[in-house]
Design a protein around this ligand. Sequence first.
Ligand code: GLN
Length: 283
Amino acid sequence: MHIFFEVMDYKSLRKILENKFEEAKITETADIDWIMVEILGVSRSMLPFSKISKEQEKQILSLAEMRLSHIPLAYIFGKASFYGRDFKVNKNVLIPRMDTEILVEAVINEIKKRKMEQSVLDIGTGSAIIPITISLETGSRCTAVDVSEAALRVALVNVHDYAANVELLHSNLFENLNGRRFDFIVSNPPYIESDIIESLESEVKDYEPILALDGGSDGLDFYRKIIADAKSHLNENGMIFFEIGYNQKNSVSKLLEDDFCEIKCLKDYGGNDRVVFAKLRKL
Ligand code: GLN
């Protein structure tokens, strides 16, 4: 006896979903492909040759429905990719951004220049993409703090998945560090001006944690707080590395000037200022 399954092809289903995305004003139609890749278990280039069963179609439609209500894909899948690795994420942590790779790379380069392991502190670690990547790429031990216990639970899963040499601590900035010192301090703090948040796209303002985004009225609150205490938590020759907003290079550099020298800035993949780093001044 033959059993016939009704099958839909990739092109027809994609067309249907493209129209729905257009209606919902979601321009990232590539997300349709990523949903299909996830459900069909094939690579993106194989999608046009894939047959889709009724059951798979149902699953694809249900994930697409979530995306159509503006939930970011990373939260739908519970994972996101950063520096070539997958990390678990949920609504309690910021979704990794490609631009943060520039920050991580700056730290990795400096560690490699010194030709020995450095102790690294990551402030506001979220899903812990920063310390895990630094530790796996350089062998250095990292300490990572976050004020959010919910974020630290996600971080713990990721640290465990990669068996990374990362110590996680619940701490509001330096509060629970008992004066410990590190060679490098790194942070991708919340840096969006409070008033701007309402104007961000729904995917960000309605789903990503406000705690990870809001940098106070001028967006600089966390740079001020971190820089004020950085000196007493850095070893001699210590360095500090920040991700910054596209328009914050001058203000963050200014905040650094008293205690730090050799202030440098790096641009992101879109050509915007994205990373500022500097060396602790000698006494
Ligand atoms: N450190 C995490 C990241 O870079 C979280 C940053 C944040 O929540 N502001 O993704």
